[in-house]
Design a protein around this ligand. Structure first.
Ligand code: NI
Length: 183
């Protein structure tokens, strides 16, 4: 298993739309190894999600790991060639950070729920409804596959803050959520 370098904002990989993974590559041992590397890289960086462009790979793949308490799986999962279908509902604002934009956090509006369609690493069909934090992570990671980062989704930059100042001044009563939506 290899830990990859996560590229930072300014690297062209983060602004390049990713290509669909060809069917014949999905389910191979090399592909399984790649997914394992992405999961290891995400965990090493203490993220809840990681998209392939963040490790300079222009394929439509993301991995994520969101606690079961939030309505998601309790183990790392991957979605290949994903499509998101937003469910009706008013946009919800919450804090996000990004492993490719280290040290910054901001309030980002997202759909409250999305239907996620795609393939799993073995080529099986994936389809589920994501809500809450999981819905947010899905939208954040899906954006990465289209060259979009969370800053692009902030309508108002007044909430943008460095992590240290955020911890100190912005939500001192919610220390447990320090890195709840960083991907
Ligand atoms: Ni990110």
């Amino acid at each position: 298993m290899a830990i990859h370098t996560i590229v930072r904002l300014g690297h062209p990989a983060l602004r390049t739309p990713a290509r669909p993974v060809p069917k014949e590559r999905i389910g191979t041992p090399a592909f399984a190894a790649l997914i394992a590397d992405m999961v290891a890289t995400m965990r090493e960086a203490s993220g809840v999600g990681l998209a392939a462009p963040q490790i300079e790979l222009d394929w439509q793949i993301f991995v994520y790991e969101v606690a079961e308490a939030e309505g998601g799986p309790g183990e790392a999962r991957a979605v290949i060639n994903p499509m998101l279908e937003p469910r009706a509902g008013e946009l919800v604002y919450d804090w996000e950070g990004c492993l490719s934009i280290p040290g910054l956090r901001g309030l980002v509006p997202r759909h409250p729920a999305v239907v996620v369609h795609g393939l799993d690493p073995e080529g099986g069909t994936v389809e589920f409804v994501a809500e809450g934090l999981l819905a947010r992570v899905m939208q954040h990671e899906y954006d990465h596959l289209n060259g979009v980062v969370f800053l692009d989704r902030m309508g108002d930059f007044r909430s943008l803050a460095f992590q240290e100042e955020w911890d100190r001044y912005m939500v001192p009563d919610r220390p447990d959520e320090e890195s709840s939506a960083v991907g």
